[in-house]
Design a protein around this ligand. Structure first.
Ligand SMILES: Nc1ncnc2c1ncn2[C@@H]1O[C@H](COP(=O)(O)OP(=O)(O)OP(=O)(O)O)[C@@H](O)[C@H]1O
Ligand SMILES: [Mg+2]
Length: 595
């Protein structure tokens, strides 16, 4: 936080803004909760007055003169009425405050997801998934925690104002004393919340770290186990959670010290009042009864003062949590869209001109020019890390080139309106993502495709027979990320999902690597002969697949160094010939190993 000049004032100012942001989201719920708290505060004052009245008018006459307690029923009714009033106040406040908290959290999470999905891949590239989970979960909770005590504190602040007014009416000097005492308490509260603010930031950062390590170790469970690194991973986790424990204890113990002072202060104030009050009685300014009343009123203040403390305490925690939520809201790497609408139709041609691209500093593609004729199949070949996957991502506009342009049938990819480009371009990666739902929903993504369309897509993707063998066919539920299927089965579902949308351009980044070579060839052949043909770009490693392509581009030195048919490339590029013979060698070795 070194770049920000943090003062108690900034914590208060930023905190008030945060609270105001939340209240604006659900003003009615907040108003009802405060009203409930005010009813409660009113009931406490009324109860004090009624008990005084009962003492004077019911109890003392009965004791003194053995008089019939004819006022007893009235007194009982008054007490019942006040109790009911208080109960209604409590129910109103608790219900509305609970609703306020949960509705705010829900809204913030919805906003957060919408914001994240509108951001570019470059933003996601910089985030740790565990950290994002912590933001959506613990930071949102922590950020909105201040809403818990807020309505109560606002409501009982009225009690505070009422009490101080009453004290001032009894004796102005005692009123001044009470105000000074109150200011001291609030200054200590503000200081406490300022001091703990940075500690809270550390706590939230460490929660993010714990969540990241947890996420990594669940996600990489297979790797961890296969390498026997369970002890390493759990010691890393233990270190992170120990650090979290330490910072949480630190922030709590610091706050406790402030709490001790804050709890003791109203009692000290009462002692002080008795000393000052005695002098005022001597001076004939007030009566003994007045001092007793004021002492009672001061004891009533202890509670609201504590609640204000709770709000300030939660405020610093909320600000620290919210800061991480706000960082996501502040991200402005939004994907920019144009107005172009998708059109249905057959295969589309592609033209890339002078495309430069870098993920961060290092250039991956430089001055790349590419032309793909509509309806052809283009194989992208290149050594590891030559930029094949990058090119695929650019063709589907999952990243944007730093300069240069990519056009689909003469329309720049960036000119398409939101959600329009995926109707014309389908991208399938090697690592396919499946949703935790049925096979059918994974293919249709809940769009209204007919059974015949589903059958065609699964047929082209070579997925029909294994789907039929699943316990409930298309309606079989897949586990999270489709873990119940094999790699090849998952890839075929992903292919079917792409095909059913009849894309004009299909980009397959090693998307059939997990199926048998003969099945891969079958699939690629089927794609070429599909009833509604697409232009196909395929990152291929198997010579059998490369040979199937109409044209091949060879990526090297950040650009396409050769473009032609497979046989032409073998002639003109020795680097290409070497790479393909290495692939052939590998394919032979694998065949040998499996036979
Ligand atoms: N998300 C990313 N962030 C930063 N750098 C990346 C990212 N993805 C790839 N790179 C870098 O970009 C370069 C090209 O990577 P790319 O994945 O396009 O290669 P590839 O040709 O598909 O390799 P492979 O054959 O191994 O799949 C590599 O140097 C890689 O380190
Ligand atoms: Mg790749």
């Amino acid at each position: 936080m070194s770049e920000r000049n943090l003062t108690p004032w900034t914590v208060l100012r930023d905190g008030s803004r945060l609270i105001w942001r939340f209240i604006k989201m659900h003003p009615a719920a907040f108003a009802v909760a405060v009203f409930g708290a005010a009813m409660f505060a009113g009931a406490i004052i009324a109860a004090a007055l009624i008990i005084g009245w009962i003492t004077d008018n019911v109890i003392i006459p009965v004791l003194d003169e053995s008089q019939e307690p004819d006022l007893l029923m009235t007194a009982a009714a008054a007490i019942v009425l006040v109790s009911v009033f208080k109960a209604v106040g409590i129910v109103l406040r608790r219900t509305a405050a609970g609703w306020l908290s949960f509705a705010t959290r829900r809204d913030v999470r919805n906003e957060l997801l919408a914001q994240q999905l509108s951001l570019k891949m470059s933003w996601f590239n910089r985030q740790a998934i565990g950290d994002l989970l912590a933001v959506a979960d613990s930071d949102v909770n922590q950020g909105t925690d201040v809403l818990g005590p807020l309505p109560y504190a606002t409501g009982v602040s009225m009690l505070l104002v009422g009490t101080i007014t009453m004290i001032s009416i009894i004796d102005p000097w005692l009123g001044v004393g009470a105000v000074i005492g109150l200011v001291v308490v609030i200054v200590i509260d503000v200081r406490g919340s300022w001091v703990t603010y940075e500690m809270w930031e550390e706590v939230q950062r460490r929660i993010g770290k714990v969540s990241s390590i947890a996420h990594e170790s669940f996600d990489g469970a297979l790797t961890v186990k296969s390498l026997g690194r369970e002890r390493y991973v759990s010691s890393r986790f233990t270190m992170a959670s120990d650090a979290l424990r330490d910072s949480t204890i630190k922030v709590n113990s610091t706050w406790t010290k402030y709490q001790v002072i804050i709890r003791a202060l109203p009692q000290l104030l009462i002692v002080l009042l008795l000393v000052v009050g005695a002098a005022r009685i001597d001076a004939g300014a007030v009566t003994a009864g007045n001092v007793v009343t004021v002492a009672y009123l001061l004891s009533l203040l202890a509670f609201p003062i504590q609640l204000i403390g709770f709000v300030l305490w939660d405020l610093s925690g909320s600000l620290a949590g919210w800061q991480r939520v706000q960082a996501v809201f502040d991200a402005d790497d939004h994907i920019e869209y144009g107005e172009e609408l998708a059109v249905a139709g057959g295969a589309a041609g592609v033209r890339g001109s002078s495309v430069d691209f870098a993920y961060d500093r290092e250039q991956v593609l430089s001055g790349l020019d590419l032309r793909i004729r509509a309806g052809t199949t283009l194989a992208v070949v290149g050594a590891t890390a030559s930029g094949k996957s990058t090119l695929c991502l650019l063709l589907a506009r999952l990243w944007d080139p730093a300069s240069g342009s990519i056009e689909l049938e003469g329309r720049d990819l960036q000119a398409f309106a939101g959600s329009e480009l995926p109707k014309e371009v389908s991208y399938v990666a090697q690592n396919t993502f499946l949703f935790d739902t049925t096979v059918r929903s994974n293919i249709t993504l809940d769009e209204p495709f007919t059974e015949a369309e589903i059958a065609t897509a699964t047929g082209l993707a070579g997925a029909t027979s294994f789907i039929e063998e699943l316990p409930h066919g298309l309606d079989t539920e897949l586990g999270e990320r489709g873990t119940t299927l094999s790699g090849g089965q998952r890839q075929r579902l992903a292919l079917a999902r792409a095909l059913i949308r009849k894309p004009r351009l299909m980009v397959l980044d090693d998307a059939t690597s997990a199926v048998d070579p003969s099945v891969e060839v079958e699939i690629l052949k089927a794609l070429k002969c599909a009833e509604l043909p697409s232009t196909i770009v395929v990152v291929a490693y198997r010579p059998s697949s490369i040979r199937l392509a109409d044209e091949v581009v060879f990526l090297n030195e950040k650009r396409i160094i050769a473009h032609g048919s497979h046989t032409e490339l073998l002639d003109i590029s020795s680097a290409y010939a070497n790479l393909v013979s290495a692939y052939e060698e590998e394919a032979r070795r694998l065949r040998g190993a499996s036979s």
